[in-house]
Write a protein that binds this ligand. Structure first.
Ligand code: ZN
Length: 138
C-alpha cells in the first residue's frame, strides 16, 4: 500500500522515499502534520501510532506556538510560527525509526541516525543549504 501524505507535509515524500531499505516503508500508512491550538499547551513534536497489524500513522508538528507571559505568571498563546525544515526532518527521522524499533533503544537511535544521513544526502543533492529555513523544499 502506498503511504499517504497530508498536503501540509507532502514535501517530505521524497525524503521518505530515500529511506528505502532501512525500514519497512509499506507499514507507514499515513504521515500528517499538525499544529496545537493556541489555547492548548502541548510540547509533543511528533508521534508514531501503531495499530494491531503494525500499520503506522506518523504525526509531525509543523507549527510552533509563540507565548506571552502574563503579569500573573500565566501564559497566553499569541501566534503560530512555522517550524524549520531541520526540526521537522529530525522529528520525522525519529518517528520513522519507531516503525522498525518501537522502543527507545540504541538500535532505534542508530536507525534514526541512518535515516537522518539519508535526509542530509537528499538536502545536499537538491542543494538545500539553509535548513533553518521555514520555506519548504519544492
Ligand atoms: Zn520516540
Amino acid at each position: 500500500m502506498k503511504t499517504r501524505f497530508y498536503k501540509n507535509v507532502r514535501w517530505l515524500e521524497p525524503f521518505f522515499a530515500k529511506t528505502k531499505g532501512l525500514l519497512p516503508l509499506h507499514k507507514v500508512e499515513l504521515v500528517m502534520g499538525f499544529q496545537v491550538p493556541l489555547d492548548r499547551c502541548e510540547i509533543i513534536n511528533g508521534r508514531c501510532l501503531k495499530d494491531d497489524q503494525g500499520r503506522c500513522t506518523i504525526t509531525l508538528r509543523i507549527m510552533n506556538q509563540v507565548w506571552r507571559v502574563n503579569m500573573n505568571s500565566t501564559f497566553t498563546g499569541v501566534k503560530h510560527t512555522r517550524r524549520s525544515i531541520y526540526s521537522i526532518l529530525c522529528d520525522f527521522a525519529h518517528e520513522l525509526a519507531h516503525v522498525k524499533h518501537w522502543d527507545h533503544t540504541p538500535e532505534h537511535w542508530e536507525l534514526e541516525c541512518r535515516i537522518t544521513r539519508r535526509f542530509i544526502s537528499e538536502l545536499k543533492r537538491r542543494e538545500i543549504t539553509n535548513v533553518d529555513n521555514w520555506r519548504r523544499p519544492k
